[in-house]
Design a protein around this ligand. Structure first.
Ligand code: SF4
Ligand code: SF4
Length: 168
């Protein structure tokens, strides 16, 4: 079995089972479980439009997204507690203010996690779809990258593959 594919399956499974929201929430657990390289299988070309701004991909069955779409207070509270939103962002639970419609939502309000993300803000300002398009990535010292250096290495790997396919 391709080691990169199996690592990816492990990461995606971990994201679906234990975490699920965005990279800011998912990465501490993924790191603790042995996050290394190999986010995409060898034959998959990274597509900036299909990735979140940082290169992370939200799992299809994200609990927080389902809670937000269905305006499910109990599920929102579960996500709020699991992802320690009060501890991280200093806000009390309020079902009207706690939601997430994804990192790249355009037709829904932006949730507390994504509005606090400096990587997302920077990529939006640069008018790019993903940091893999940014030539400053290797030297970029935004908190997400300094906090999760292994994730940054994976994103740099994705960028190398992306640039190779474009002959950049
Ligand atoms: S860019 Fe920021 S808000 Fe979007 S998925 Fe990555 S860490 Fe989360
Ligand atoms: S400077 Fe950093 S955060 Fe901004 S787009 Fe480039 S890699 Fe992403």
């Amino acid at each position: 079995m391709n080691p990169k594919v199996s690592r990816r399956n492990f990461l995606m499974k971990g994201a679906q089972v234990c975490v699920g929201c965005c990279a800011l929430i998912a990465l501490p657990k993924l790191s603790a479980n042995g996050l290394s390289s190999g986010f995409l299988p060898d034959n998959e070309i990274p597509d900036p439009k299909k990735l979140n701004y940082c290169g992370y991909k939200c799992p299809d069955d994200c609990k927080f997204l389902a809670a937000s779409i269905n305006n499910d207070t109990a599920l929102k509270k579960e996500a709020f507690d699991i992802w320690k939103i009060e501890e991280k962002y200093g806000i009390a639970f309020d079902p009207e203010k706690i939601f997430c419609f994804g990192c790249k939502t355009t037709d829904k309000p932006e949730g507390v996690i994504i509005t606090n993300c400096t990587v997302r803000k920077c990529a939006v300002e640069k008018k790019i779809d993903c940091c893999i398009e940014c030539k400053e990535l290797t030297g970029c010292s935004k908190e997400l990258w300094t906090q999760f250096p292994d994730f940054k290495k994976m994103v740099i790997e994705m960028q190398t593959k992306y640039f190779e396919t474009r002959g950049a």
